[in-house]
Ligand binder design. Sequence first.
Ligand SMILES: [Cu+2]
Length: 260
Amino acid sequence: MDGFVDFWRAVMGMPILASEHGHKVDYLVVVMHWLMAALFVGWILFFGYVLVRFRKSKNPKASYQGVKSHASSYIEVAVAVVEMVLLFGLAIPLWSQMVDKVPAENESTVMRVIAQQFGWNARYPGKDGVFGRQDAKRISLDNKWGDVPDDENGKDDIKVYNDLKVVVNKPVVVHLSSMDVIHSFKVIALRVCQDAIPGMNIPLWFKPIKEGRYQINCAQLCGTGHYTMSGGFLTVLSQAEFDAWEASQGGGGTTATSFE
Ligand SMILES: [Cu+2]
């Protein structure tokens, strides 16, 4: 399947792929394009046939009997069957895999992402692997994560803005929320897109398989600066690079996180 998808990704000029499940997404995209191409060509041919077959010079009088053949019904059923195979055989299993089967957090890179007008905040638990306590009542302009002061687990938490890092070939679990309006966390290279909704904590996961720096987009029109949310980047690093980066952040939970 991968070779087939790789070939058509190149032919169709699809974006670079950097996640494991993305192969299935692309496969679905390719197969749907084939189905649509078959329908498009089929209808055009049928249209041409009808123009010639029922031309006025050969058919001066309308037929009140109509079509007797059942060919069109059979074709309709065949198209519906193909669409059901795509839906129940490919799309829904892939969706349920990504929604239900979130990997174990102790084997994943875990981060909390909070979207805001207009950028992406991310928080990592740091070396201890435990997030500091947060309290919604404490959220303010100076404390946008609602940190509880002097919480031991929060001391080494790392906070970043528009500059997210993850590890290659290791699942990433994101807990996604929003500070203000509905945004949508979209990383095209990872074939990931999930709405970020205020007051909700929505998990999403993916497994990056290619190192690189990938643009994050907001896929919900969220205000006048919506387009600037593509100033966020997610960088896929090797484990060693990630460890070095994590160490360089030094914890403290005070890394610059400014409102733009
Ligand atoms: Cu947005």
